[in-house]
Write a protein that binds this ligand. Structure first.
Ligand SMILES: C[S@@+](CC[C@H](N)C(=O)[O-])C[C@H]1O[C@@H](n2cnc3c(N)ncnc32)[C@H](O)[C@@H]1O
Length: 351
């Protein structure tokens, strides 16, 4: 398998190329990345036999910033008549898989193809199970098929537990009707991405304290309150009245870059639209000064060199914290609900 397919938000194909090219370079894996703008995917083409397998085993998918999904494999052309026959023939040449996802790209054409995929999935699944290729729940890799049209599919695999949490990396989150803004889904998605579900009851729990910088009208605060945390909401703008009625929110009309809590808090979240370097410095200061133990901060992206800039900021946070003797886990992702931005998560390791 010589091709690594990487899904992404449309418009970020070059960032994916830069990121995967950088990683491959660090691992001495020869190859080249290519993409066409607006297609919602990029490819990394490799010459060496097992290089892609090696790369996908060494790199944690969740650590990648811009890719939403990945799989190594190849593009197949399918005839109008017997698509399943051709797929079975091809799949006989690669290891049996333990799960199957049919995916499309996050483009208008992709959306139109979703109906086709829904109809195609049941007969395909039946045929793969009957042939013994698909061993549901087994130890084999995940089979990820990305349809570009009804006649063109990328048939790829990814190691179990090392690909997107949801098909195409798009979370199925329901907008909570009581939440004051759609931004609420950004913080919920961040938690799903950065915090294993099994740890939510310890790390997002009743009685914890949080500060929400740039909180108005309260979408992120709503998520914190929904986990029964006490929140200081910092913003000159108004907060949703119903949310204030919860009795768990204190509204501070002050500058988020100046505000400091009286006592350290468990969580700091920040959705202020500012230069990314300023938000990154804020994040470093809060964690570095011990003002919070865990934080989620939104970083707006510049127009150009977006991967380079994010990498530079992450390195700066890392070296800044190391310089202060703080050991912390730093992660960053362009979430599905992020637009021209990425979400950064930092957690202080317990000493
Ligand atoms: C994208 S909105 C936040 C939306 C909010 N997270 C939600 O879910 O409803 C950005 C907010 O940052 C606030 N803001 C901008 N500069 C700020 C500053 N220096 N200090 C505090 N808030 C600021 C704005 O008033 C605005 O309400």
């Amino acid at each position: 398998m010589k091709t690594l397919l990487l899904h992404c938000r449309t418009g970020f194909e070059n960032e994916v190329c830069a990121e995967i090219g950088d990683l491959a370079g660090q691992m001495n894996i020869a190859g080249y990345a290519k993409a066409r703008p607006g297609t919602g995917f990029a490819e990394f083409i490799c010459n060496g036999g097992d290089d892609l397998e090696h790369l996908m085993k060494k790199v944690r998918f969740s650590r990648l910033i811009f890719p939403r999904q990945w799989a190594r494999g190849e593009w197949l052309h399918l005839p109008e008549g017997d698509r399943i026959g051709i797929l079975l023939e091809y799949l006989a040449t690669i290891p049996a898989c333990s799960s199957l996802w049919l995916e499309v790209l996050d483009t208008n054409e992709g959306k139109e193809l979703s109906t086709f995929c829904r109809k195609f999935e049941a007969p395909l699944r039946r045929a793969l199970t009957k042939s013994g290729y698909l061993l549901d729940g087994g130890a084999g890799p995940c089979l990820l098929m990305t349809f570009r049209s009804g006649r063109e599919v990328f048939v790829g695999i990814a190691e179990k537990g090392n690909s997107a949490l949801w098909p195409m990396g798009i979370p199925r989150l329901k907008f909570p009707r009581q939440a004051p803004s759609r931004s609420t889904l950004k913080l919920e998605e961040a938690w799903h991405h950065f915090i294993p579900r099994s740890e939510w009851d310890d790390r997002l729990t009743a009685g914890m304290t949080a500060v929400d910088l740039g909180a108005s009208p309260g979408g992120w605060t709503w998520q914190l309150v929904n986990r029964y945390m006490r929140v200081i909401a910092v913003d000159n703008g108004p907060m949703n009245e119903k949310l204030m009625d919860s009795g768990l929110v204190e509204h501070q009309h002050v500058d988020g870059f100046v505000f400091r809590p009286r006592k350290p808090v468990d969580w700091m979240v920040c959705d202020i639209v500012e230069k990314p370097a300023r938000n990154a410095a804020l994040l470093e200061n809060w964690i570095g000064e011990g003002l919070c133990r865990e934080a989620v901060v939104n970083l707006k992206l510049p127009m150009k060199q977006r991967y380079t800039e994010v990498k530079r900021l992450l390195e700066r946070i890392e070296s800044g914290l190391a310089g202060r003797g703080v050991q912390a886990g730093i992660a960053c992702k362009q979430l599905y609900h992020d637009r021209e931005e990425v979400t950064c998560h930092v957690r202080v390791f317990k000493s």
